[in-house]
Design a binder for this molecule. Structure first.
Ligand SMILES: Nc1nc2c(ncn2[C@@H]2O[C@H](COP(=O)(O)OP(=O)(O)OP(=O)(O)O)[C@@H](O)[C@H]2O)c(=O)[nH]1
Ligand SMILES: [Mg+2]
Length: 278
């Protein structure tokens, strides 16, 4: 395992996984498996990566219904090395919890969740954030599209709905990034950075993903070039219910996000396959 003499900073771990991430993830999944004792996943698992979200995660979990679009639901929280009571709160509100022993990044945490679902034969995965910004009430419309085999990857789009975020720069960024990805891939999307998504579990194993933090655009661009059918449904993005943002400042965030889009596009366009027909 790599040594980090100083605590790792956001910049250090924002664009490439640190060397110790695979070992941390493997150990966390092995421990989770022991607790699970061979249980298989429900048809739909809501995967939530959470970093120090004890003040907000209970309300998020309480909003998730037991069944969505007729499917039984598991909720899996990946505690990304929190130093607060995120894991305990999540467990006491009915979630399965896999805990990473130190912070690996939003993308790495989600991938640990995806892997657990795939290995447990789950069929569909939905994601949302632990801070209450995405409303689980939007999930039935999204998951229905998967269940009806109309799409493979469904985005909850604040551009088709609305956002309560009043940060003009952030809101401009959402529009610009969506335009850029639409242009680069030829697939029109309106919200590339939405944390509210529903997808076939299988897709998370076939689309190449390496980003520790900026995972939304990497997964989306990879899914488009792999021929998966993308759909969007309107959603309302709320303001954070409690706690603080884990993201960097707007400008640095925007630059790193742009870099991930361009790098992923360069890497994935070479492997482009025709869109699936259903
Ligand atoms: N940014 C970030 N989020 C993480 C990390 N690990 C887990 N998360 C979770 O990822 C979700 C998104 O993080 P947020 O800080 O809310 O990012 P955001 O919604 O883009 O930004 P805000 O609008 O400022 O809340 C939350 O549920 C976090 O707890 C991490 O290392 N970094
Ligand atoms: Mg947030």
């Amino acid at each position: 395992m790599a040594e980090f003499p100083e605590p790792r900073t956001t910049a250090q771990r924002s664009l490439s996984e640190t060397a110790d991430t695979p070992a941390i993830v493997d150990a966390a999944i092995a421990k989770f498996r022991l607790q699970q004792q061979g249980q298989t996943a429900a048809p739909l698992t809501v995967v939530i990566a959470a970093l120090d979200e004890a003040p907000s995660i209970a309300a998020v979990l309480d909003e998730i219904p037991d069944r969505i679009a007729g499917l039984a639901v598991d909720v899996l929280v990946i505690d990304d090395g929190s130093t607060d009571a995120t894991a305990e709160v999540a467990r006491s509100h009915g979630a399965l919890v896999c805990r990473l022993s130190s912070n690996c990044g939003h993308g790495a945490a989600l991938r640990a969740g995806y892997r657990i679902v795939r290995e447990n034969q789950g069929q569909y995965i939905a994601t949302l954030d632990a801070d209450g910004q995405w409303d689980p009430a939007d999930l039935p419309a999204m998951v229905s599209k998967l269940a009806a085999n109309e799409a493979d990857f469904v985005i909850g789009s604040r551009q088709l709905g609305r956002t309560e975020n009043t940060d003009a720069l952030r809101n401009l960024g959402v529009r610009v990034f969506a335009r850029l990805i639409s242009l680069l891939t030829g697939t029109k999307i309106t919200d590339s950075s939405s944390g509210l998504r529903a997808m076939r579990a299988e897709l998370t194993g076939t689309v190449r993903q390496t980003q520790p933090q900026y995972q939304t655009s990497e997964l989306l661009i990879g899914a488009i070039f792999a021929g998966y059918r993308i759909a969007e449904v309107p959603t309302v993005m709320r303001t954070r219910s409690a706690g603080t943002s884990k993201k960097g400042r707007n400008l640095g965030y925007g630059l790193r996000y742009t870099r991930v889009i361009l790098r992923t596009w360069r890497r994935e366009r070479r492997h482009r396959v025709a869109p699936r027909s259903g």
